[in-house]
Design a protein around this ligand. Sequence first.
Ligand code: PLP
Length: 378
Amino acid sequence: MIYLDNAATTFPKPDCVYRAVSECLRCFGANPGRAGHRLSAKAAERVYETREEIAAFFGGSPERTAFTLNCTHAINFALKGVLQKGDHVIISSLEHNAVLRPLEAMKEAGVITFDVARVVPQNEKATLENVRALLRPETRLLFVTHVSNVFGTVLPVEQLASFARSRGLLFGLDAAQSAGVFDISMEKLPVDLLCLPGHKGLFGPMGTGALLLSDRVSPRPLIEGGTGSFSLQHRQPDVLPDALESGTLNLPGICGLGAGLSFVRRVGTKAILQHETQLMRLLREDLSVIPGVERFGEAPETLLSFRIAGQPAEQTGSLLDRMGVAVRAGYHCAALAHTSFETTDTGTVRVSPSLFNTKNQIKNLSFSVNQIAMGKVL
Ligand code: PLP
């Protein structure tokens, strides 16, 4: 099977990730920081090391880096933990439902209001202008995705972050599709809430993610409970990251994430981005000569959406599955993005490579799409 659904979760993982998870479960699978014994201390040490590595990689501080279960969890902490009654939020027209749905729920509960700024692909000025036009005195947060998970559009995050800072807004970034592939440093980019999945571009196992905070923001916890610290205190501690990490952490996942991150550091984000971009360029060229294939997005670098005329995307996806290619087809948990690109009727077939995919695999995919488009596979 050729796996090209890495935007959902990367597969396979580097060998070091499998080894780290296995070593943790076999050798020191104790509850981190909850007891005085050596195994618990070793587990806690690994958690701390990984926290430090993530913080260093993204230019944040370890004390302000909280582990989460995935990117959705990090985004929920960021939005629901920070926003207060009467706040107004601006998001982009390419947001994932992980951003849209918590905001919609808060809006329905009468807590906040929000507006959607249209992203104009490859036109940073126009995108920024659309954001500026929505600014209100009560706007508190600008929250955007770095890269669209449906169309691969890269948002002008530097300009948006600087704009937010200049207007005194908080800036939140959904780095689900960029962490581990694009360079992101909180030292250079004024981001206050950086939401990451551990299981995509950082090559950790599923069930991992992180929320990195600037020193301008300390979200309220959404879940209270044992933190392994301040144990006689009745109230949830305020101290970060403990305040956001109640309950037993996903230790095997965190060990795997640490290994995945070291792998990314060894290879380098530049090389990873270059590899994915090369594969997507090749696919764009190949698809451009197949009659009836419509491609979306302006020169996306890391993933590509297309559809075949007269065929729902899900059908194309099932035919590709039968031919040995795994892609995601249909709707991609991003209602706003599908509306923006007018694909709510058919959905799209999304191809998302990782470092482990090859040019031959892309050629194989193009050949299969060609067969389907010519009606040779039913
Ligand atoms: N945001 C974007 C842009 C995504 O693509 C995804 C998942 O694909 C998410 C958020 C949610 O990530 P997770 O599956 O880690 O919760």
